[in-house]
Write a protein that binds this ligand. Structure first.
Ligand SMILES: [Zn+2]
Length: 505
């Protein structure tokens, strides 16, 4: 068996990349020094930001006393310069000094904040309630929780077919009701995910009950487009990606998307390092302006920046005039490459398994493949387009799939618990080919993955990273540049907030 070391380095794109992927201790030290220096400069951007954040915390404290219920409800808008407003996600903390140091921030017009605070302060007593429907809920139970005492409504709910949507199907529908002082319903709106799964991330269901001019109750059902606001967040890896995103209040769906966006740059199962940092701009979905309660309100990642082992990676979501969206780096190069860095999608489940901080080379050099620890049943995907060459049991490999990727490139996926493809079938990058198992010579469930080029085993990561990328055409450049510039400014704000959190630590 020829070994990698015997190959001439000039023909081996893997070698320089491997050498460069381990930053020298000196690089790391320099990076840390410059960070500290910046943070200590009294008139630097962090200091100004700190002053702004302190002042907004003071305001927040005052506002918290005036509107405790609003604060306890979840997100709070606070001013942080740049026409950007910080959002803290935390339980009620009456003392301003104890307010959250981790922030998620939302692009916002500063003058709108004062107007919003004034409007809140001037609001007369309104009998308005918000509730979530529960499983096995009934009309009576929902009415009771909403504080409604309304015989006419009770009768209406018994006969109106549309209203039954309120307690049919999945629980957790967000219900907002307005009543007069006697508990008579004026208006009720329930908002919940679109009934058509294909519209899950773009639309929501809206069921409205209200009185017409004659005072009679009417019901109406609509499917309406979701709105969104953009949020900024940043974090630092201490133990795992999900621990860091939890700490920053980032929804799971956004963490997974971020791993997916950088899936050709970083194998999150093997390459994540303690001290890696990231910042992200993402959509937070709204229904009629209210944050949605399902899927943690997660929309799409709009831009992200990830520093892995000292190497910077960036991504910007660009939507072509025709409507197709794709991620590009700040220089307009597509994030899509011929091969993914990992045959397993990164998720909270797979992230809990071994090899998170494993030395990169040991795992594959030891037995000419990479082992991914993961529970049986975890989906396995093709890392690139190709044709299935083998799909079935093969002694030590157990259930194994081999994919020919054009030319002399071949990938192998072994110990599968199930195989979802057939020999001769064409397969596209990212398509599911089977699931993780422990068939063949495996001591426990894991995926054994190999990348061979002309019959020689190679490190899959370096192959993925060396693959060519598409670049945006010249006509799209100016529009992309403007978009990227705006998003990059937001990412910098997110980074600056991370620095601030470090200062008061
Ligand atoms: Zn193995």
């Amino acid at each position: 068996m020829p070994s990698l070391d015997s190959l001439p380095p000039a023909q081996d794109p893997a070698l320089p990349a491997q050498a460069a992927s381990a930053p020298s201790p000196a690089d790391v030290a320099v990076a840390q020094d410059s960070r500290e220096t910046r943070a200590l400069r009294p008139d630097g951007p962090e200091a100004r930001l700190e002053a702004a954040v302190d002042s907004l915390f003071t305001r927040l404290g005052r506002w918290a006393h005036a509107h405790p219920r609003r604060l306890a409800g979840g997100t709070v808008a606070v001013l942080a310069g740049f026409a950007v407003t910080a959002f803290g996600v935390a339980p009620l903390a009456p003392d301003a000094a104890q307010l959250p140091r981790r922030q998620v921030i939302e692009a916002y017009q500063p003058e709108a904040l004062d107007a919003q605070l004034d409007a809140l302060a001037a609001q007369p007593l309104v009998l308005q309630r918000h509730e979530l429907t529960r499983s096995a809920d009934s009309a009576d139970a929902v009415m009771k929780r909403l504080g409604l005492v309304d015989a006419e409504l009770a009768a209406f709910l018994r006969t109106d077919v549309l209203s039954r949507k309120l307690w049919r199907g999945r629980a957790g529908k967000l219900v907002e009701a307005t009543a007069d002082r006697n508990g008579h319903l004026q208006r009720l709106v329930a908002r919940y995910p679109a009934e058509d799964d294909a519209q899950f991330s773009t639309h929501f269901s809206r069921l409205t009950l209200e009185r017409d001019a004659q005072g009679h109750l009417q019901s109406r059902f609509e499917t309406a487009p979701l709105g969104s606001t953009s949020r900024l967040a940043s974090g630092r890896i201490r133990s795992s990606l999900f621990a860091a995103t939890d700490e920053a209040g980032i929804p799971d769906a956004i963490a997974s998307q971020m791993a997916e966006v950088f899936s050709t740059d970083i194998d999150f199962h093997r390459e994540l390092r303690k001290g890696d940092t990231f910042s992200v701009v993402y959509e937070s979905l709204t229904a009629d302006g209210e944050p949605v309660t399902w899927n943690q309100g997660a929309g799409r990642v709009l831009a992200a920046h990830f520093i892995n082992a000292g190497r910077e990676h960036s991504a910007v979501l660009y939507t072509e005039p025709g409507g197709r969206s794709a991620y590009f780096d700040l220089d307009g190069r597509s994030k899509r490459r011929a091969f993914l860095a990992s045959p397993l999608a990164f998720s909270r489940v797979t992230s809990g398994f071994a090899m998170r901080f494993h030395p990169i080379q040991q795992t594959w050099k030891a037995h000419l493949g990479v082992d991914y620890g993961a529970p049986t049943g975890t989906p396995v995907r093709a890392v690139g387009d190709g044709v299935i060459e083998v799909a079935g049991p093969q002694n030590g490999y157990g259930n194994v799939v081999q994919i020919r990727h054009g030319g002399d490139k071949l990938t192998v996926y072994a110990h599968l618990s199930r195989i979802d493809v057939k020999r001769g079938q064409r397969i596209a990058q990212g398509e599911r080919i089977g699931a993780v198992g422990a068939t063949g010579w495996a001591t426990g469930p894991h995926l054994h993955f190999e990348f061979r080029v002309a019959g020689i085993h190679r490190d899959p990561l370096t192959i993925a990273k060396a693959a060519e990328t598409l670049t945006l055409d010249a006509a799209a450049r100016p529009r992309f540049a403007a978009l990227a510039q705006g998003l990059q400014a937001q990412l910098k704000v997110a980074d600056a907030l991370d620095g601030h959190a470090g200062l008061i630590d």
